[in-house]
Design a protein around this ligand. Structure first.
Ligand SMILES: NC(=O)c1ccc[n+]([C@@H]2O[C@H](COP(=O)([O-])OP(=O)(O)OC[C@H]3O[C@@H](n4cnc5c(N)ncnc54)[C@H](OP(=O)(O)O)[C@@H]3O)[C@@H](O)[C@H]2O)c1
Length: 219
């Protein structure tokens, strides 16, 4: 498949690029000019402004129209989470609008993006202590922004899958991802498993889930 991977400098973004190439996909990756990233030579890396629809359109059409857009974009915090608000609060709002606009203009219909467990209706399945932690920390701002991003994608009319991972780790992939209906313990998932789940969804003829709360532990 021809894939566009946005946010290729991030923890999950890099793994998406590596795993997509290993699965034999053709990858155009994008990152902003200042991103610290070196990708395998088989990936095409374009640098530019992810809030700019024209740039995103270039990314998803360069080397042929992409079959699926994968966004690993998220907020960068200027210090240790969860006590710092996003460095650029409107980034997800603006980049989502740019991605949706560019996809419609280019005739690309499938997009898979990353939100978080506890956002939207998955708030109902997280433990009360985590809800309180979100409400009392700067995560409140991040979660509101992720919810706004989700709504923009879900209202776009595109074929959308928004993954809501539990706490991310850098452990190796387990291949044991489940969709949580309720969290009953410390819920974590390796970034490598999130990337693999996203690619599995891409490889299906249609996404099987719209907003899966994915985890390896704690469900
Ligand atoms: N941490 C957790 O436990 C947890 C749990 C559930 C969900 N999540 C969500 O999962 C997402 C992905 O995780 P991750 O570890 O892969 O995140 P990450 O390493 O922080 O990656 C975020 C990506 O977004 C890009 N980005 C941020 N602001 C940008 C801007 N203004 N312009 C262009 N690019 C920008 C970053 O580019 P640069 O490299 O240039 O900054 C990077 O590529 C997180 O953002 C978070 O919303 C996290």
């Amino acid at each position: 498949m021809k894939l566009a991977i946005l946010g290729a400098s991030g923890g999950i973004g890099r793994l998406l690029v590596e795993q997509a190439l290993a699965r034999g996909h053709e990858v155009t990756a994008a990152a902003r000019g200042s991103s610290q990233v070196t990708l395998p030579p088989k990936a095409t890396l374009l640098r530019g402004d992810l809030e700019d629809e024209a740039f995103v359109r270039e990314v998803i059409t360069a080397g042929g129209k992409r079959d699926v857009v994968l966004s690993a974009l998220g907020h960068r915090l200027p210090g240790i989470a969860p006590w710092h608000k996003p460095e650029r609060p409107a980034f997800l709002q603006r980049s989502t609008d740019a991605i949706v606009g560019a996809m419609k203009a280019a005739g690309v219909s499938r997009v898979i993006a990353i939100s978080s467990g506890g956002v939207g209706d998955s708030r109902e399945i997280i433990p009360p202590v985590f809800k309180m932690f979100v409400a009392l920390s700067a995560m409140k701002t991040v979660f509101a922004s992720l919810e706004d991003m989700e709504q923009r994608y879900l209202a776009s009319g595109l074929e959308v899958c928004i993954v809501r991972p539990s706490g991310l780790t850098d452990e190796p992939a387990t291949g044991r991802v489940v969709i949580a209906k309720k969290y009953a313990g410390r819920a974590t998932i390796p970034r490598a498993d999130v990337a693999a789940y996203m690619l599995d969804q891409c490889e299906k003829p249609a996404f099987t889930e719209k907003t899966p709360s994915i985890t390896v532990t704690g469900a």
